[in-house]
Structure formats: structure tokens, C-alpha cells
Design a binder for this molecule. Structure first.
Ligand code: GDP
Ligand code: MG
Length: 442
């Protein structure tokens, strides 16, 4: 993965004796890591040149901790590569704002229309979805279903007797009548960019004059995503990119190259198929993730959205009093399960990124299934053992193993996990998460 390759490459530079020659040689590895992650060639080269230029200066080489300085330079340049980002979507008072979504087929346009509507609703807007993809009959149906799920009206016309421009124009009128102040246009896509697609989009752009034209790009497609972004931007002047499927095993190339190649920033990121999984894109957090430094800010936000504040506060209190036991551990596992799959969460915790990669490597291992096993093991313990796990000796361990159908070694692993988890919970408590969540509710 990009994190693994990049941290190895940087590690090799900073471990050895730092000299100009070593740095220049080591940066070759960094460049290879970027290219392997499908970063655009020119972008990777320029990036490495900028880092090298700063790293070989006297200021760094003669500093107290040159290794840390170099990591800092890489981090800053990663952030610069992807930012700055303006997350605002200008909604104009007193008139209908128009957001036009475009992108290749399968990029996630229709899904993202729903996500965006949900996000705008939460900010007080009244959006309407517009079925301007008349290429495939199924597209209209899909948008209707999504509109219903999100709870917003969907404007559509029979594909056989209308045109995309007409649909959009009529939708604007319908929005006024229904008191909607934003319309989101779900336009057609193709598997590849072609003239007729672009003509159709340019026509909508000219006739409707959208406030925002957003390109939906599939992060899994790497440089293809970037090339399509360039073509769309040449034809339409994009205001922003929404990068979807960042939850998958993307190599990172698209996220790192889009802004540098097109000048158009990534405004939002799709983090899953569910309609509440759209997030503002933060270059600094993305850079932290890429460097394997975790992303505590996103972790906290996710936690705030999905965890029970009272429960968390109770656990936090117990922990501060040194009373956090295996019963609480089991509850905490349940809470974490609510936040999404263990693996995607582990990527957000500093130092855990590597662990989740290790799990990837171990074929057939499923962290969510592991939670069920853990629950079974804890259920086989006595109340006394749950409260005082340190009392679990070899014979007790074997009894628990037999009772839960686990291997004694697994019980050992669990106890170790419990210790690690307590540490993590303590870290969260230190950040006052329970209090912050309570404040948000009140
Ligand atoms: P369109 O052809 O551009 O309108 O794409 P769709 O909205 O129909 O999405 C194509 C597929 O991608 C669907 O199966 C979506 O559920 C999926 N999808 C969209 N966004 C995301 C995302 O952020 N993460 C993941 N994992 N899947 C997504
Ligand atoms: Mg679609």
C-alpha cells in the first residue's frame, strides 16, 4: 500500500546517516512509492523535487532532528498537493441554486446526489433531485428510490418524450412551486468520455448556468479518474471534485493528483455506499492517513455520530477511576462495531494503520467476525474474571477456552487486546470525547 511503501522509503532516508547524496537517493524510493500508488508521473516528480530541495538544505541537515524535519516537509508538501479546499456550496438566497453533477458511468453520481441532498438538508436547505440522466431508464428509478430514502422530492419526466435540458428547466420551475431552494442535477455518464456526452453536458451548463459544477470521480480508478477530471474541466470549468469510494482499497493516486493536474480541489469524499457517508475532504487528514499517522479528528467525528454519549461517558468515568473491566470492554466493542467495520476504524487510529494492513495480509481474517468471537470468550468468563482479568491464570484460561470453543492462545490475545483497548479508550477520554458529545447533544 502507499502508506507502507512511503513510510518505508522515508524510514530508509531518515534511519541512515543524513547527507545530500543519501537524501537524493532515498527520494528515488519515495517517487517509486508514489508512482506505484498511481500518482501522475509529473506530479510525483515535481513533488519529490520540492521535498528534496528543502531537505538537503543546511537548515535541515544541521538541525537537531533532521529525520523529523524531513517527515514534516513530506507532510506539508502532501497537504499542499491536495489543498487548499473550500467546502462551501454557495446557496443563493431568494433564488433557486443549481448544482450540476457530472462524471463517468459508475463513478457514483446518483448515489452522491442523494448524499449531497442529505448534507444540504442538515444545513437547512431544501433540495430537490433532478433526473437528467435519460440514457438509461433505470437511472430515473434509482434516483426516485434515493430521493425517497433521503426524504427529498425528485423531479423526472418520461425519457422518451423529453430531453435533459428540458427536464432541468422544468425542474427549476417545479422547485419554485414546491419551495425548494436547491436543485441537484443527476446527469448522464458514459463509460468513456465522448463528444455526445460532453455536448449534452455543455448544453445543460449553458442553459441552466449552475452555481456549482461538481465532478464525481471514482478513487479506485486512479489516473483514469484524473484524466477524466482534466477532460471534464476543459469542457465545463469544474468548481470541485467529489472523490468517491475512498473507503475501498484505493491506492491514493487520484486523491494526490487531481488538484495538481487540474487545479480543481476535491471538496468532498464518499466513504461508503450508505447515504450518510459523504465527508468534507481534508487534505491534512488525508496526508496523515497516507503517512500512517492515523486520523483522530475523523475518528472523533465518526464516534460522535454513532456512539452513545452517556454510555461513553460512563465508560470514561470508570476508566479514569481504574474500573474499566472486560464487561465494559464488551460494551465498547459493541459501540465500535456501530461505528463501522473494525478495519476502516483501525486505519484512523495512529499506529493502528500498520495493524490493519497486517490483517489484510492474513487471508481469511475478518475483524468483525473476531468481535463475535471475543464476545463468546468473554461470555464464558465468570463475573469475577471479567472484573479482574489479571486473575485469569493458566487453568482459568483453559476453562474459558473450552467453554467458548476457543484456543487458549486466543484468550491470551484477547487479554492483550483488552489492555491495548484500555489504552485507546484512555486516549479518547483524554481528549474529552464524552464531554464533547454531551455538549453537542445539549
Ligand atoms: P453513477 O453511474 O455515476 O450514477 O453511479 P452510482 O451512483 O449508480 O454508483 C455506482 C456504484 O458505486 C453503486 O453500487 C454505489 O453504491 C457505489 N458507490 C457510490 N459511492 C460510493 C462510495 O463512496 N463508496 C463505495 N464503496 N461505493 C460507492
Ligand atoms: Mg447514475
Amino acid at each position: 500500500s502507499i502508506t507502507e511503501n512511503l513510510t518505508n522509503a522515508i524510514g530508509n532516508i531518515t534511519r541512515g546517516k543524513l547527507s545530500e547524496g543519501n537524501i537524493r537517493e532515498g527520494m528515488g524510493e519515495v517517487r517509486k512509492a508514489l508512482l506505484e500508488a498511481d500518482v501522475n508521473y509529473d506530479v510525483a516528480k515535481a513533488f519529490c523535487d520540492r521535498v528534496t530541495e528543502q531537505a538537503v538544505g543546511d537548515k535541515v541537515l544541521k538541525s537537531l532532528k533532521p529525520g523529523e524535519q524531513i517527515v514534516g516537509i513530506v507532510y506539508n508538501e502532501l497537504v499542499n498537493l491536495m489543498g487548499p479546499v473550500d467546502h462551501s456550496i454557495a446557496i443563493r438566497r431568494g433564488e433557486t441554486s443549481i448544482i450540476m453533477m457530472c462524471g463517468l458511468q459508475g463513478a457514483g453520481k446518483t448515489t452522491t446526489c442523494g448524499k449531497l441532498a442529505k448534507m444540504l438538508m442538515a444545513e437547512g436547505a431544501k433540495p430537490m433531485l433532478v433526473a437528467a440522466d435519460l440514457q438509461r431508464p433505470a437511472a430515473i428509478e434509482q434516483l426516485k428510490v434515493i430521493g425517497e430514502q433521503v426524504g427529498v422530492p425528485v423531479y423526472w419526466e418520461e425519457a422518451s418524450s423529453s430531453t435533459p435540458v428540458k427536464v432541468c428547466q422544468n425542474a427549476k420551475k417545479a422547485a419554485k412551486q414546491q419551495d425548494c431552494n436547491v436543485i441537484i442535477l443527476d446527469t448522464a455518464g458514459r463509460l468513456h468520455i465522448d463528444d455526445s456526452l460532453m455536448k449534452e453536458l455543455i448544453q445543460i451548463d449553458n442553459k441552466l448556468m449552475p452555481n456549482q459544477v461538481l465532478l464525481v470521480c471514482d478513487a479506485m480508478t486512479g489516473q483514469d479518474a484524473v484524466n477524466s477530471a482534466k477532460a471534464f474541466n476543459d469542457a465545463l470549468e469544474l468548481d470541485g471534485v467529489i472523490l468517491t469510494k475512498l473507503d475501498g482499497d484505493t491506492r491514493g493516486g487520484a486523491a494526490l493528483s487531481v488538484k495538481a493536474v487540474t487545479g480543481v480541489p476535491i471538496k468532498f469524499a464518499g466513504m461508503g455506499e450508505k447515504l450518510d457517508l459523504l465527508e468534507p475532504f481534508h487534505p491534512d487528514r488525508m496526508a496523515q492517513r497516507i503517512l500512517g499517522q492515523g486520523d483522530i479528528a475523523t475518528l472523533l467525528e465518526t464516534a460522535q455520530r454513532h456512539m452513545d454519549a452517556d454510555e461513553l461517558e460512563a465508560q470514561q468515568k470508570k476508566m479514569l477511576e481504574g474500573k474499566f473491566d472486560l464487561n465494559d470492554f464488551m460494551k465498547a466493542m459493541g459501540q465500535i462495531q456501530k461505528m463501522g467495520s473494525m478495519k476502516s476504524i483501525m486505519k484512523l487510529i495512529p499506529g493502528m494503520g500498520q495493524l490493519s494492513q497486517a490483517m489484510d495480509a492474513m487471508e481469511g481474517m475478518d475483524p468483525d467476525k473476531d468481535i463475535k468471537r471475543v464476545k463468546a470468550m468473554i461470555s464464558s468468563m465468570t463475573e469475577d474474571e471479567r472484573r479482574n482479568p489479571e486473575k485469569i491464570d493458566r487453568s482459568r484460561r483453559n476453562r474459558i477456552a473450552t467453554g467458548s470453543g476457543a484456543d487458549p492462545a486466543e484468550i491470551n490475545d484477547l487479554l492483550k487486546q483488552f489492555k491495548d483497548m484500555s489504552g485507546m479508550m484512555q486516549q479518547m477520554a483524554g481528549m474529552g470525547m464524552g464531554d464533547r458529545m454531551k455538549a453537542m447533544r445539549e
